[in-house]
Design a protein around this ligand. Structure first.
Ligand code: NAD
Length: 260
């Protein structure tokens, strides 16, 4: 199995629609041992979603902006495992006034919150897990990206944060490569999740994807994204780091189609 014996930390499971939930399912099916993290008032929902996985994993609390949570997570992981082989960063948040076409009027604090939780947090997770991943002899980190090489309607400061996240991926790849830790991003097409529903005008993304993606795109099927995350967490991408892999039905490769 692809992930036999891997000890993985999966953040970002909120419901069984979450991309992270599907990743956890695929990872368990491929032989991995998984710990989930949950956040704030969503923790209960994470626990409920955890019960629907093939093997019910432990759920540990993690507000990625709370360093005490990160320390407690690392202590818990150190007590249960000798090391950690990989992690999925599936965390994003932007305040309402940083989204929805308010770009020119977004206060600096709201843009900073989006950056801190959605981009800087990849560094927080990587730095926190580094010691345990070194103990494992290295491993892999993966984050979830949305392609922001062009401006989108409504995506605003979350889009800017995703551009930053890609850059964070490259700098982490630079600094963690000597520890044999690979650091990559999967750029996903639009999928119906709680986070996506909070983006005003998200429906528009779905329409253009449907019209343009050469392979087609199902907004209700996160499995192709989960499969690619699993590959990047496995030993089958041993020399790939600092990369942004698109799992978007080929959308990013074409500027227009006959219909959209
Ligand atoms: N759904 C899409 O269309 C899509 C496309 C590309 C990328 N992504 C990215 O995938 C990732 C997962 O999102 P999703 O779509 O599965 O939605 P989701 O709502 O299921 O997951 C978002 C997660 O972020 C977590 N989170 C928010 N603030 C946090 C904090 N301070 N500390 C810890 N966790 C926190 C939430 O608890 C939640 O589990 C996000 O980074 C999102 O931007 C989503």
């Amino acid at each position: 199995m692809l992930l036999e014996g891997k000890r993985l930390v999966i953040t970002g499971v909120l419901t069984d629609d979450s991309i992270a939930w599907h990743t956890a399912r695929v990872a368990q099916e491929q032989g991995a041992e998984v710990v989930l993290t949950g956040f704030g008032r969503g923790l209960r929902l994470t626990e409920r979603a955890a019960n629907r996985l093939p093997t019910v994993p432990d759920v540990l609390e993690l507000d990625i902006n709370d360093l005490a949570h990160m320390d407690a997570l690392v202590a818990n992981l150190a007590a249960r495992w000798d090391g950690v082989d990989g992690a999925l960063h599936a965390i994003a948040y932007a305040p309402d006034d940083a989204l929805g076409g308010n770009f020119l009027h977004t206060p600096a604090e709201s843009a900073a919150t989006a950056f801190l939780t959605s981009a800087f947090s990849y560094k927080t997770l990587a730095a926190g897990l580094r010691g345990l991943m070194r103990r494992a002899g290295g491993g892999a980190l993966v984050t979830l990206d949305f392609d922001n090489r062009q401006a989108w309607p409504g995506y605003d400061w979350m889009g800017v944060s995703k551009s930053a996240l890609e850059s964070v991926t490259r700098y982490l790849a630079r600094d963690l490569g000597p520890d044999h830790i690979r650091v990559n991003a999967v750029s996903a097409g639009p999928l119906v999740t709680v986070a996506a529903k909070s983006i005003p005008g998200f429906r528009r993304f779905q329409e253009v994807w449907r019209a343009r993606a050469p392979l087609g795109w199902d907004i209700r099927n996160p499995v192709p994204v989960a499969l690619m995350v699993a590959v990047l967490l496995s030993d089958w991408a041993p020399a790939t780091s600092g990369e942004v892999v698109h799992v978007d039905g080929g959308f990013h490769a074409v500027a227009a189609s006959e219909t959209g």
